[in-house]
Ligand binder design. Structure first.
Ligand code: 13P
Length: 260
């Protein structure tokens, strides 16, 4: 059965690799990408290597010949200013990014990002022409307390609070249960599908069922080549946000192939 929405598989390299390894990994992904025209591929390297990776992908401000897009891992909500250590959304665009991960659980938990901050970043990213990948997900404690639905609902609606309904089709959402990130403990396809359906329902409540039907929702958390196909078979799982496995070209490409 053809997929309802074009799949999107993104590699979140987090704070890993060096310039030479980043270039080599991007080149390997770019070389294989033309075999996967039905999947949008995105690489999100550490900020200092965005230029290196843009070069390896043949980018000149967007989607290069390889078809692989570039994304940031975070951005500030202002266009410029005295914000030492921060990166403006327009700067990401300037070096070739089309996407930006926002509200990753590591940003929320380790760097104190709130729904209100993420909301501001989402709007700023869109204004700069980026597609935000908006992340939500519950902790193990919250899941065990039966609070998954409440937590994901609050995060999603809070992170999109100021977004006009007309702009909803311009975002991607990533559901990443915190307990599955970097733990090797993947959510079952049923657990993931249940939350993805919840997210789609929330998006519909902010716009319409038809609009929500077109929005892509990625799953993230220990996605590997051996569990990707099962996740990909669920109706509301439209791709993956991949951490550890995205650092190996073969694994990342195998995951992407599962969504092709
Ligand atoms: P892992 O794939 O390493 O669990 O990381 C997931 C993630 O946080 C992607 O953003």
């Amino acid at each position: 059965m053809p997929r309802r929405r074009k799949a999107i598989v993104a590699g979140n390299w987090k704070m890993h690799l060096d310039a030479a390894k980043a270039r080599a990994l991007a080149s390997a992904v770019a070389a294989a990408a033309p075999r996967m025209p039905t999947v949008d591929l995105v690489l999100c390297p550490p900020a200092p290597y965005l230029g290196e990776v843009a070069g390896a992908l043949g980018l000149s401000g967007g989607r290069g010949a390889s078809g692989v897009a570039l994304g940031g891992q975070n951005c500030h909500h202002k266009e410029s200013g005295a914000f030492t250590g921060e990166v403006a959304p327009g700067m990401l665009v300037d070096v070739g990014c089309r996407y930006c991960i926002l509200g990753h659980s590591e940003r929320r938990a380790l760097f104190g990002e709130t729904d209100a901050m993420i909301d501001a970043k989402v709007q700023a990213a869109l204004a700069a022409g980026l597609t935000p990948i908006v992340c939500v997900g519950e902790s193990l404690e919250e899941r065990e307390a039966g609070r998954t639905e409440a937590v994901v609902t609050a995060q999603l609606l809070g992170s999109l609070a100021g977004l006009p309904a007309a702009d909803l089709p311009r975002i991607v959402v990533a559901y990443e249960p915190v307990w599955a990130i970097g733990t090797g403990k993947v959510a079952t396809p049923e657990q993931a599908q249940e939350v993805h359906a919840l997210v789609r329902g929330l998006l519909a409540s902010r716009s319409s069922a038809a609009v929500a039907d077109g929005i892509r929702i990625q799953y993230g958390g220990s996605v590997k080549p051996d569990n990707a196909a099962e996740l990909a078979s669920r109706p509301d799982i439209d791709g993956a946000l991949v951490g550890g496995a995205s650092l190996k070209a073969d694994d990342f490409l195998a995951i992407a192939a599962a969504f092709a």
